[in-house]
Design a protein around this ligand. Structure first.
Ligand code: SAM
Length: 202
């Protein structure tokens, strides 16, 4: 297992530079696309995609007319890929910064999760839940996918279970959905939880 310091920007840049990006689905995945298609947020809503990688979800939302989509990643290669693919995506919304150091003001309306949580050292999971809550307005939404499986190989990705994850999020969020995903991409079928959590007041 890697220590926190090893899973740093140099590690992730190295993965992009050597083409070791097995997590990259190459397109927006159906659970996120379906959620975006039915959500009722205004186009001015502030949306954050942390550990966004090449940012297919950001591209989708930008193309759909959302004006305040932000991606945060510590690997500049990932942000550069999105910038080159989608030149109209605002450069100031490409944030090369550690998720845990992102400013919490102004608050976000929506945070989107996909294979970022599993990329972090598991010791950071309570901090991930706390930082998501800090970044969201009251009533704001954390949605996305979490692995509900263990991996044989040393991480990342790091696996886990619904029961484990519930304990991290329960202090800050009401659970709208936290159940097996039914429309995962094929390699992840039966291994993902679909998460939609609403930030509690206080
Ligand atoms: C497994 S990849 C997932 C990328 C993307 N979400 C996807 O599904 O294709 C994890 C990403 O998180 C980024 N990352 C890792 N630790 C981070 C941190 N502390 N803050 C921001 N980004 C981070 C990595 O650079 C990498 O792009």
């Amino acid at each position: 297992m890697h220590s926190d310091s090893e899973l740093d920007a140099a590690y992730w840049s190295g993965r992009y530079n050597t083409g070791q990006t097995g997590w990259d689905a190459g397109a927006i995945t159906p659970p996120l696309r379906d959620y975006f298609q039915q959500m009722s947020l205004p186009h001015a809503a502030r949306i954050l995609i942390p550990g966004a990688g090449r940012g297919y979800e950001a591209e989708y939302l930008h193309t759909a007319g959302f004006e305040n989509v932000f991606v945060a990643d510590i690997a500049p290669e990932a942000l550069r890929d999105l910038h080159q693919r989608v030149p109209g995506f605002p450069a100031e919304h490409l944030v090369e910064q550690d998720f845990f150091a992102l400013p919490t003001v102004p608050a976000y309306d929506l945070i989107v999760e996909q294979t970022f949580f599993c990329a972090l050292n598991p010791g950071l999971r309570p901090d991930y839940a706390r930082q998501c809550a800090a970044l969201l307005r009251t009533g704001g939404t954390l949605m996305g996918l979490l692995f509900d499986t263990e991996f044989a190989a040393a991480g990342p990705p790091f696996g886990g279970s619904r029961v484990e994850y519930e304990a991290y999020f329960a202090p800050y969020f009401d659970f709208v959905h936290f159940a097996p995903a039914f429309n995962s991409i094929k390699p992840r079928q039966g291994k993902e939880l679909y998460m939609c959590l609403r930030k509690k007041a206080g």
